[in-house]
Ligand binder design. Structure first.
Ligand code: PLP
Length: 455
């Protein structure tokens, strides 16, 4: 390690408080200091080359080096580095990006608002739903339903909506308006002999029972990712979305589809909503919108909701919401460039092509003694680790088997993400077949290493 890296690590330990990190472990071990990246590879301060099997945080769609994105940012910084979108001011790049996104959005969206993160997009959506319901004369419709283990962000509202107990513990959350329905993990939670379709119908019944218990007149919205990412790359079981959407429609519940991870090609279509036939009323997106080169997110919705916003704005005199950096010119310019690149390289076609190899290699790990279930789509795959796959007996959580696999993978030069004993594998969308072979070989090696410890 060179002296600068050592100094960076000391500085980091001394002052930098890390999100989503075991603080004690950080104080003792320090960070992995990532110094640079190229293609699907990242490099750390110890000179290790690591394949990024988690795309940063599910966001680095085009890898770690792209001249065109860098130039787009530079050009915009030299032309107009900032312009507010408050007080009816605008700038050409954000207007163009709005038109472009609405032109490609799923489900007939007409309006778009910009923010800087997925959390802010979803938080804005919650506020807009409450705002519109007030205009409609239904101010009591405030409850928002998410799913156990779902993830929609980290503001007070979005983390309340997320079903992640460790993000609620000690914070006095969730807020009372936020409710959670069951996690559709067929492998773990199906009853012996229950088909996927029967399991999906049971999940939808349970959701409907929750709506009825809470009082449908108080339920405003249901938020869901097409496939759960933060809860560990969980693909929806057969029939799940048909059954769930029937309940959503029956009770006039607003349906927000969170495309923060699935959007822009991850599942082999532009949107996860396309992959699973979802009909959203609102769509949030972020991450790959700018290929992660600049923080930007977007919330899209329909004219119907916009009309209610207009009514309130007429009454109050202003639509009282917004962030300084909403629709940042550099973010807009970078996103437009990213969308151009996606078209030019036919990113969706590429994902579909390499996905065959990716899923084949992932499926081959199903036979490993640690692995109970492998499920994926596009370049998005989840692995369930179990002590006994057939009897569905999990490992003692204290063994931290998922973390063990993650650590061994890192030692072998592959970054994966363990969420409990589920492993999430989602490399940058530009990954090629050779890199897929290398990544999956390293993954297999990490499973062997972990098996040697726990067997
Ligand atoms: N929604 C989903 C599905 C996510 O995975 C995330 C972050 O990982 C968010 C929302 C929050 O996005 P951000 O971290 O940009 O606030």
């Amino acid at each position: 390690m060179n002296v600068d890296a050592k100094r960076s690590i000391e500085q980091d330990i001394a002052h930098h408080v890390h999100p989503q990190t075991n603080l004690r472990q950080h104080a003792e071990k320090g960070p992995t200091m990532i110094t640079h990246g190229k293609g699907v590879f990242i490099y750390d301060s110890e000179g290790r080359e690591i394949i990024d099997g988690f795309s940063g945080l599910g966001c680095v769609s085009l890898g770690y080096h792209n001249e065109r994105l860098a130039e787009a940012a530079m050009r915009q910084m030299n032309t107009l580095p900032f312009a507010p979108t408050f007080y009816n001011r605008s700038h050409p790049r954000v207007a163009e990006l709005g038109e472009r996104l609405i032109g490609m959005a799923p489900g007939g969206m007409n309006r778009v608002m910009f923010q800087c993160s997925g959390s802010e997009a979803n938080d804005t959506a919650i506020k807009l739903i409450w705002y519109a319901n007030t205009a409609r004369g239904e101010p009591q419709r405030r409850k928002i339903i998410g799913r156990i283990r779902g993830y929609h962000g980290n503001t007070i509202a979005t983390v309340s909506l997320s079903g992640q107990p460790h993000m609620h513990a000690k914070f006095g959350l969730p807020l009372p308006e936020f409710k959670h329905t069951e996690l559709p993990n067929y492998y773990r939670f199906h009853i012996d002999g229950e088909s996927e379709e029967e399991f999906s119908a049971r999940m939808a019944r349970s959701f409907e029972e929750l709506v009825l218990r809470e009082g449908p007149e108080t339920v405003a919205a249901f938020f869901a990712e097409p496939a759960i990412s933060g809860g560990g790359a969980l693909m929806p079981p057969k029939g799940y979305w048909e059954e769930m959407q029937a309940v959503i429609r029956k009770y006039g519940i607003t349906f927000l589809v969170d495309e923060v991870v699935c959007g822009f090609g991850r599942t082999g279509n532009m949107w996860g909503a396309e992959t699973w036939g979802l009909k959203p009323d609102m769509v949030s997106c972020a991450k790959a919108l700018s290929a992660a080169f600049f923080p930007i997110s977007a919330l899209m919705f329909k004219d119907e909701l916009y009309a209610e916003m207009m009514r309130n704005s007429d009454e109050v005199g202003v639509f009282g919401h917004g962030y300084t950096y909403a629709g940042h010119p550099v973010g807009a310019a970078v996103s437009l460039q990213a969308l151009d690149i996606y078209d030019e390289i036919d990113l969706i076609g590429h994902v579909r092509k390499v996905s065959k190899r990716f899923l084949e290699r992932c499926d081959a790990m199903q036979d490993h003694p640690l692995v109970a279930e492998v499920r994926g789509v596009g370049l998005f795959c989840g692995f369930e680790l179990m002590r006994d796959a057939k009897a569905r007996i999990p490992f003692d959580p204290a063994w931290k088997v998922g973390a063990l696999v993650q650590d061994f993978a890192h030692d072998r030069g592959l970054y994966l993400r363990a969420i409990g004993d589920r492993i999430s594998f989602m490399p940058p969308l530009i990954i090629n077949e050779e890199e897929i072979d290398l990544a999956t070989e390293r993954f297999k090696g990490a499973l062997d290493d972990a098996w040697a410890v726990v067997k």
